[in-house]
Design a protein around this ligand. Structure first.
Ligand SMILES: CC(C)(COP(=O)(O)OP(=O)(O)OC[C@H]1O[C@@H](n2cnc3c(N)ncnc32)[C@H](O)[C@@H]1OP(=O)(O)O)[C@@H](O)C(=O)NCCC(=O)NCCS
Length: 174
């Protein structure tokens, strides 16, 4: 089993929407805090991924995917901050690996690929926030990210109830 990591253009992003819907709904139904509430079906994610493909097209988002056995099983994004005073910054978002493909090192590969692409596009600082107490919170320090702190009651878990968010940053490139 060899995984392939790719940075998608807009056309490939649109072709990937069905697999990306499956990955997002799997994460939400598994209890990950990803901006949506349960119940959540793959079709509920179509509009979201169409909008992301549009942002890939405009150059506002870098979208990476992991492919295993001809199926997409993982994804991550970097939003390229557009404010005139932040041309060097990006927002890491939606790191997700399908529950059937976890523990294979795919998130590490996805993060390396998207960080390299963000650096290639001139970004030197990435920031992210992730649900406090989640699996993801435990892994970002392993990828060289610096923990900043916690904002309590920032969002809702997909099944309901407040969850805090933990902020991280990482310097990349030169
Ligand atoms: C978090 C997530 C992306 C990890 O993906 P994964 O492909 O299984 O992770 P990997 O196999 O690449 O593991 C990466 C590292 O984290 C470690 N790790 C993996 N899961 C872990 C966990 N639950 N707790 C602590 N460490 C963990 C691995 O041992 C590995 O360490 P190493 O590379 O230093 O040996 C995946 O569990 C997921 O999609 N979770 C739900 C979505 C989510 O919460 N996303 C965050 C949105 S901000």
């Amino acid at each position: 089993m060899t995984a392939t990591i790719r940075i998608l253009g807009a056309e490939d992003a649109r072709a990937a929407i069905s697999d990306l819907c499956d990955i997002l709904s799997d994460g939400i139904n598994g209890g990950a805090s990803l901006g949506f509430m349960q119940p959540f079906e793959p079709k509920d994610a179509i509009g979201y991924w169409q909008a992301i493909a549009g942002e890939v097209e405009s150059g506002a988002i870098i979208l990476a995917v992991a492919e295993l056995d001809s199926r997409l099983v993982g994804t991550v994004q970097v939003g390229l901050a557009s404010k005139p005073n932040q041309p060097h910054r990006g927002d890491l978002m939606k790191l997700l690996v399908h529950s059937s493909a976890r523990g294979l090192g795919l998130s590490r590969k996805l993060m390396a690929a998207v960080e390299e692409e963000a650096a290639r596009r001139g970004r030197t600082l990435l920031v992210l926030d992730t649900a406090t107490g989640s699996d993801a919170e435990a892994i970002y320090p392993r990828f060289g990210w610096q923990r900043v702190g916690v904002i309590p009651d920032y969002a809702l878990w997909p099944q309901g109830g407040f969850c805090g968010t933990t902020l991280f940053y990482k310097r990349i490139g030169a």
